[in-house]
Ligand binder design. Structure first.
Ligand SMILES: N[C@@H](CCC(=O)N[C@@H](CS)C(=O)NCC(=O)O)C(=O)O
Length: 241
């Protein structure tokens, strides 16, 4: 393999954190590109070439024979990196059961925890008018998902067993903020809370969180402007190519 790096496109978001966690855990070199999604940069033709769905994260791997290879969807990026480096997922040929259990939870995160948390956040925080029906719907479903995790973690250190895998890298960035959701407490979710503490003890996770805190201090969150809200929530596909 060459010394070419992986180009990593991201922003401050739990889906992007997943990929940072993998890179930190393995010490893989990469070039980071901040895509200003509030300013609509995800719809620029040069980014649409990388991810036709205009979402972050995405990577372009030049460090590969016959490459470059472009990868989008955070779960797929984790799987790509796990396959490439042979880490953080049991080998499919030698441990089909272990491999499949990681995939179960990786797909569970991608299809459930991420989208439901995202919608909960949208209706509870970003929405200019608060619709109780939508907030209740996503709060209930999130609570149900946290209970699924809490029950699973009763007998496991990590979500797919007793090893830290890409399933944890996918789940942790969302799970660590479970108590943002009103009524979701440590008392109700003790195993989930202990899991978060356990993951926060991993050295590479600590290194990532220290880096993240530095970045957040440099770029404090601001309320989006009206123009930014149009880029963030006003796109219906008719005005994009
Ligand atoms: N299923 C996608 C979701 C990615 C996603 O929604 N990313 C947000 C992070 S900020 C994004 O790109 N938002 C920009 C937008 O919605 O325009 C994944 O897991 O990669």
């Amino acid at each position: 393999m060459s010394n070419a790096k992986i180009e990593f496109y991201g922003c401050g978001s739990p889906n992007v954190v997943k990929v940072h966690l993998f890179f930190k855990a393995l010490g893989v070199p990469f070039n980071y590109h901040e895509v200003k999604w509030r300013d609509g940069e995800q719809y620029k033709p040069e980014f649409v070439k990388i991810n036709p769905n205009s979402k972050l994260p995405a990577i372009v791997d030049h460090d590969v024979a016959g490459g470059p290879i472009t990868v989008f969807e955070s779960g797929n990026i984790l799987l790509y990196l796990a396959n490439k480096y042979g880490k953080f997922i049991p080998n499919v040929q030698t441990d089909l059961q272990g491999h499949t259990e990681v995939m179960n939870w990786l797909f569970w995160q991608m299809a459930n925890l991420g989208p439901i948390f995202g919608n909960w956040y949208h209706f509870s925080v970003y929405a200019p008018e608060k619709y109780q029906y939508s907030i209740t719907r996503f709060t209930n479903e999130l609570s149900r998902l946290f209970h699924v995790l809490n029950r699973t973690l009763e007998t496991r250190h990590f979500v797919a067993g007793n090893e830290y895998t890409i399933a944890d890298m996918a789940i942790f960035p969302w799970a660590r903020i479970y108590n943002f959701v009103p009524g979701c407490t440590k008392e109700e979710f003790p195993n989930l809370d202990a899991y978060i503490t356990r993951i926060k003890q991993i050295k590479s996770v600590q290194e990532f969180e220290a880096y993240e805190a530095e970045q957040n201090a440099k770029n404090p969150r601001t309320e989006p402007t009206e123009e930014q809200r149009k880029n963030m929530f006003g796109v219906d596909g008719r005005n994009t190519k």
